[in-house]
Ligand binder design. Sequence first.
Ligand SMILES: [Zn+2]
Length: 366
Amino acid sequence: MSSNGRGRPPTMDTAVLELVRRRTESTRVEIARELDVTAATVTNSVKRLLAAGLLWESGHARSTGGKPATLLRVNDAARRALGCTIDHDRLSMVAVDTTGALQSRVVLPLADVADPFEVSEGVREGLAALIPEDELGAMTGIGFAQPANLPEDVDQALHALTAELDVRATRGREGTCAALGSFWSGEQTGSGLSGTLHLGSTTTFALLLDGVPFRPDNGQALDHLRVDPDGPRCTCGRRGCLHLYTAPCGVDELSRTALAATQGSETAQADVLAAALPLTRVAANLAIAVGLDTMVLAGTPVQAAPAIYLAAAHEHFGDDGATRVVVSQVQPHPCAIGAAVLALQAFLDTGGPHASSVSKVPPSAP
Ligand SMILES: [Zn+2]
């Protein structure tokens, strides 16, 4: 995935690193076979990754006659990637290692998400808390999971901050970040087609194929998917749009209701189920239409009341087992982890440590 989230397939280095990470340990021959590329391609890629300190040689595979093959592992201590999710009332920031494992986290409250100074100073504070200044150079960059309605001047302030600090910045849609966060946290099987329905600033649907975003700009908003032509009037002028059912009073209110539901409130349980049923109906239809191996349900309300969403999913997915349904439980925030993964992938795709550390700041995602 390119740093601007558009148009370029993941490079060989990303694919090799991702494969070794998934298998824990692998040889060059296995990598070439698995990725269906030549041994020379793998050798070159591994050479770059070894030089960058992202892989290390961990020993030898058992010999099958000839010279024993060298085993490769991801060097999890090598580098850090940072991820940041901007919610309307807080910044959630994480540092992950090269395997995607969470190293540290910080949550900073926001009084006004539309205030460029407050948001950028919050990110500056979070960076300082997560990474000592002398280690900034060993960082791969920072990924931002951006809400759909982030004001332009806030985005510009973040550009200015990352340029000032000479930190590479990558941006992704919330839904894509939620999908990547779930995948790298091991919630999905290693291969196949997975879809993630994420309840965030909008309800989005993102596809991953073998852990890679299906289209770099994927994560389509489904808010105005029409589910009932006779339903209530939406601000878009039509009737019966999906978001009127899946989060009738907004996602924050639904998250509070979901918490009350898990604390035993029967009214809250009924309200959450009423919101979960239309969401999971759409999820089941998408799973059939696209032929999904895994469907991930993500977002704060889902995370707060997983049992209700799973029960609702069972109503629509049934028992046939064609699609595995997962409720994402990535802590502290799947989008923040996914944004860090995006930063790590962008780092590899732009030539890793061989490129200058000029901040690659693309235009914001649409
Ligand atoms: Zn609408």
